[in-house]
Structure formats: structure tokens, C-alpha cells
Design a protein around this ligand. Structure first.
Ligand code: SER
Length: 337
């Protein structure tokens, strides 16, 4: 079995072999961008490069970025714990092109990594392609469609609207059409009943998006209009914890080695077992997720407090405490919290 550490390293090694410079994750706490409190995507640290305000040291970069999605445009907080695939903090594996390669290479390399390096079964994969938007005056992404046709049968390529296939950092800022890769992890019997293409983007825990390839071409202005960026860029983001789930043959991110140690420790401290009932499962997932988010926020410079970004962290902490007290009452003989 691949450990999470090996899975992360394989991603970085693969893109390094394709001429990318491996760069460190930026801190999860953002101090120099008034539009963001926390890093919500791998591309945040490269925003000024996309906007043409600074020149990159290298035209290709790759990393694993710590992200926190608990406020603003990307907010998954309320889903955390109730399914096996959402997190407040997660790692996003990414590769970037700053005015260098574009859609064809991004798609070909994503396919090569998933199917040849990670050896994921090709028949389980689906790609979505942007259908265009009359509202924004953007076209259907025929370039991405043609690139996918080289790898996938047409019934594994699905057209998607602006909601699913046009990625934006926030209300303003760099954005562009995207192509997502989804995987169907259901059993053969279930697949025979309903094909995977009908399950993509239906909020199913076993038919999930694993990688988002964004073709960064525009800047969304405050008046809502789109302005072309000075160069065409690539920004991809793969959910590391979801990839670990797929490669470790699990059905929940929380069953991978990223989280299993924390769940075991919560079991030990509370005296409850993870699978005791549905409520203990939710509570332990909430606590495991939130502890990680809070610890990394503090390490990256944001303590819980009663204002602004600090208050967001305090709310995460309170949510974990609330789930603990409500669903994991201390059992006789268990060590105190
Ligand atoms: N920016 C895109 C995302 O966050 C791809 O990295 O999903």
C-alpha cells in the first residue's frame, strides 16, 4: 500500500520530471491580500504572477499547498464530518504553468500520472468540460474536449456549466474555465444499475471529483466583467486526501493514514469507538479534521481570537468541542480530555 507520504512525493517527482520547480506550500494564513483571510487554493500564492504584476522565477511550478475552506466563496465547514470527503483544512496537489504550456499538456500529464504512475483503472475516470456561458460571453471549451477525446471515450466526457466548470478564486481575481476529473468508486453491481456519468456532480460519496484543471485566462473585475489575463496559465488542484483514499482502497478520507492515527487517539481519549454509531463517527471525523486545521493555523501564525481571522479559527475550535461534548460523553474509566 502507498502511504500518504509516498503518494505526495510521487506527485512532486512526476511534475519535477516534467520540468517543474518544486516550491513550498505558502502559509495557510494570508496577511497581504484584503480579498482573502486564508489560503483557499494552491493558486493564491501565485495570484500576482497570473495578474502580470510580478515575473515568476520559473515558468513551471508544483507543490502541495495547505488550504483552509471555512469562509468566503469556498466554505465547506458545515459538510465536514457528515461525509467522508470534505475538510476544513486539506492539501492541494498542484502544477502550474505561467504563460508556458496550456490545456493539451495539462490534460495529457494529468492522465499519465493517474493511469500510468498511480495506475488508477481508466474505466473509472470521467472528465468534465466547460459548456460556455452566455452571461459571461465565454465559449464552449472545444480545446479541452479535443484533448480529452485522445484519452477517454466520449461517454466519459461530460459538459458542465459555469457553476461546476468555471473556477474563480473569489468575487474578483484570476479565473477561467476548468476541466474536472472524477472517479467512480462504486461496486460493479451499483455501476451496472446507474452508469457513472449519471452520478458525476450529484453529491455522492463514492463518485467524486479528485482533480480540477483550471485554464486561467481571465481576471474577474469588481463590476463583474471578465478581462483577459496577460498570459494563458495552468492551475491544477488535486485533493490529496481524496487521492489517498482512492489509492489506499478506502471509502472515506478518514480511513486513510492521513487521519486514522488521530481517530485512534480520539477513541482512546474518549473511551468511545469510532463505529459505535453514526453520531460517534460524525463527531470523531469533525474533531480529527478540526484539530488538524487549528494546529496548522496556529503554526502558520493565526491563534484563535474574538476578531476576524482569529474568530474563524475559534469557531472551528468551538465546533469540535461542541461535537465532542454532545456525542462523545466521557465514559467511566476513560482518561480525562
Ligand atoms: N484553483 C483550482 C481549485 O482550487 C485548481 O487548483 O480547485
Amino acid at each position: 500500500m502507498n502511504t500518504a507520504k509516498e503518494i505526495r512525493q510521487k506527485f512532486l517527482d512526476f511534475f519535477e520530471s516534467k520540468g517543474h520547480t518544486v516550491v513550498p506550500s505558502a502559509p495557510m494564513v494570508v496577511k497581504n491580500d484584503p480579498t482573502l483571510m486564508f489560503t483557499n487554493a494552491g493558486m493564491n500564492q501565485f495570484k500576482d504572477i497570473f495578474l502580470g504584476n510580478t515575473t515568476p522565477k520559473s515558468k513551471r511550478a508544483t507543490d502541495s499547498q495547505k488550504c483552509l475552506r471555512v469562509s468566503g466563496k469556498h466554505n465547506d465547514l458545515e459538510a465536514v464530518g457528515h461525509d467522508g470527503r470534505h475538510h476544513t483544512m486539506f492539501e492541494m496537489l498542484g502544477n502550474w504553468s505561467f504563460g508556458d504550456y496550456f490545456k493539451e499538456e495539462a490534460i495529457t500529464w494529468a492522465w499519465e500520472l493517474l493511469t500510468e504512475v498511480y495506475k488508477i483503472d481508466k474505466t473509472k475516470l470521467y472528465a468534465t468540460v466547460f459548456e460556455g456561458s452566455a452571461e459571461d460571453g465565454t465559449q464552449m471549451d472545444s480545446e479541452a474536449l479535443e484533448a480529452w477525446k485522445k484519452h477517454l471515450p466520449e461517454d466519459h466526457i461530460i459538459m458542465g456549466n459555469k457553476h461546476d466548470n468555471f473556477w474563480e478564486m473569489g468575487d474578483t481575481g484570476p479565473c477561467g474555465p476548468s476541466s474536472e476529473i472524477h472517479i467512480d468508486l462504486r461496486s460493479d453491481e451499483e455501476i451496472a444499475k446507474v452508469p457513472g456519468r449519471d452520478m458525476v456532480n450529484t453529491d455522492n460519496d463514492q463518485v467524486i471529483e479528485i482533480w480540477n484543471l483550471v485554464f486561467m485566462q481571465f481576471n474577474r473585475k469588481a463590476d463583474g466583467s471578465l478581462e483577459p489575463l496577460p498570459a494563458k496559465n495552468i492551475d491544477t488542484g488535486m485533493g490529496f486526501e481524496r487521492l489517498c483514499m482512492v489509492l489506499q482502497g478506502k471509502t472515506s478520507n478518514y480511513d486513510t493514514d492521513v487521519f486514522s492515527g488521530m481517530i485512534k487517539q480520539i477513541e482512546k481519549l474518549s473511551g468511545h469507538s469510532y463505529h459505535e454509531n453514526a453520531k460517534t463517527e460524525v463527531a470523531m471525523r469533525v474533531i480529527a479534521d478540526h484539530i488538524r486545521a487549528i494546529a496548522f493555523s496556529i503554526a502558520d501564525g493565526q491563534l484563535p481570537s474574538n476578531v476576524k481571522a482569529g474568530y474563524v479559527i475559534r469557531r472551528i475550535l468551538r465546533r469540535a468541542v461542541r461535537y465532542g461534548y454532545t456525542f462523545l460523553p466521557l465514559l467511566a474509566g476513560a482518561p480525562a480530555y
